[in-house]
Write a protein that binds this ligand. Sequence first.
Ligand code: PMP
Length: 428
Amino acid sequence: MKPYSQLSKDELLSMRSELEVKFNEVKAKGLSLDMSRGKPAAAQLNLSNGMMDVLNSQCDLKSEEGVDCRNYGSLDGIKDAKRLLADMSEVSMDKVIIYGNSSLNVMFDTVSRCMTHGVLGHTPWCRLDKVKFLCPVPGYDRHFGITEYFGIEMVNVPMLPTGPDMDIVEKLVSEDDSIKGIWCVPKYSNPQGISYSDETVRRFAHLKPAAPDFRIFWDNAYSIHHLYDDDPDVILELLEECEKAGNPDLVYKFISTSKVSFPGSGVAAVAASSANLADFKKHMKYQTIGHDKLNQLRHVRFFKDMDGMREHMRKHAAILRPKFEAVLQVLDSELTGLEIGNWIAPKGGYFISFDALDGCAKAIVAKAKEAGLVMTGAGATFPYGKDPADSNIRIAPSFPTPEELAIAADIFVTSVKLVSIDKLLENK
Ligand code: PMP
């Protein structure tokens, strides 16, 4: 198929009327489809239902070190859970603290603590005139939401196929001591599905920030969420790289079992250097007498170990893979060669990121909505909800059924075509 930009005005207009007919037919069906958020489908949640049976009134409810999980105690988590989440984080058990049900909550809490109490004795960020965070874009809207909430100025850094543009990161971080952090989703990033290259991870470990209290917020939310188990992305473990580089305190690693077991009812953890963990614990001891140890125990009894968790993730992949492939197949067959959009076929994670012609993303999302398809709001993948090029759209294929997805993908590509034609007609 010829690129749309090479078509004459008449050709574009006639294609437009054909597409309008098709679009109006779908619209008349009054569909209600949702590709807006990265939620697991019910079939995926069912995979973990056995977790409801591993603890009952007859069970021994003690952890392996004999802690009664029904009672207070074990502020930073039971040993069994530390082992499991340390394995998941690829660090040793002494580098992990177990939290509650959400890693995003820990990230919020961490930024909050840095604001009010500072990092390892440094001036609390709230007392500084300016605090900035680097935000690789496109990125995760809820990360940007946290920093926006605390009045932290966000600075866009472009994503490359290897991760954030490290030339820019190194330059900004070394020159500006008001830059205190960077948001990173290093594996199967949200939304592009990009995994950081070894060179990127090493360059992170070797950063020389002007601010001594600069931290890398390393949110490894999709660490074991491969779509192709025989071809998983593997990234270097940053904490060890930081130690080797003589920068052990540079990173906070966040992780959770949200998209392994139950989102909202999983277990979250932080991995960091001993100095950083002491900082976390100092705060934590005022915050709680302990997190939900029965849930920790439930997770350990259900998954048993990392092999059990990996096996479980294969079952997730078997459900997710056909959904990703269904969407990608429609994008490939309907849009390849038209030069009205680019996308990356991810090897894991929860999203497909689509870059439309500049100035088209908002209109495409609005068009799809007309036909009953809800997408993530255009702009959401950028700080302040502002995509300067109005180009990026996040596609979340996990929640709809495969049948719904085929229809949803069709509505999406028809919307892309219609809006792109209108854009190109502006200059004809
Ligand atoms: N980080 C990223 C990158 C995510 O995509 C998500 C879920 N959409 C989260 C964190 C949320 O994790 P949790 O449920 O542990 O708060």
